[in-house]
Design a protein around this ligand. Structure first.
Ligand code: ADP
Ligand code: MG
Length: 148
């Protein structure tokens, strides 16, 4: 199923992400796809709020994965932009996250497509300058058996 949502501000994007996080369950995997500066980390901030995480979300670009445990379940926040090779995902122990007690959110997941499970919910964030500089189209593609 595909859902298209309109965001007109960073706050809108955070609210969309927050709502999605509230409906999420352990071992859910969310892939975030979109150009640099489009709002993937902004999405992650709202998502963390939806899990009742109070800690500030920092971009895990250099650490690849950042784990937040203070909420109702752990958040595994990946940013795989600087990953040299998909095989490095094994070293990071991604499987413990994707099939673990928490929810995974993976920025730049399209660059490690081969390790992303079937169950992944793909979220694409895109600009459309004809609708304003702050407009973002957020497209959510769920696996058919994903809960509504
Ligand atoms: N509708 C919007 N949704 C998300 N971010 C927006 C929006 N409009 C403007 N922005 C700005 O775009 C930037 C997104 O940055 P960031 O989330 O770090 O992007 P990414 O992680 O995709 O590289 C922020 O400066 C944010 O304020
Ligand atoms: Mg980012």
């Amino acid at each position: 199923m595909t859902t298209i949502l309109d965001s007109y501000s960073e706050k809108d994007t955070e609210a969309i992400a927050e709502d999605l996080a509230r409906k999420s369950a352990p071992s859910d995997v969310f892939a975030l796809v979109g150009d640099l500066g489009v709002g993937k980390t902004a999405f992650a901030k709202g998502f963390a709020r939806g899990l009742d995480i109070d800690e500030p979300i920092v971009s895990p670009t250099f650490t690849i994965v950042q784990i937040y445990e203070g909420g109702k379940m752990p958040l595994y926040h990946f940013d795989v932009y600087r990953l040299g090779d998909e095989s490095e995902m094994d070293e990071i122990g991604y499987e413990d996250c994707f099939y673990g007690e928490g929810v995974s959110l993976v920025e730049w997941a399209d660059t490690v497509r081969s390790v992303m499970p079937q169950k992944t919910v793909w979220i694409t964030v895109e600009k459309d300058l004809t609708r304003g500089t702050d407009y973002r189209r957020i497209t959510i593609d769920n696996d058919e058996d994903y809960r509504d």
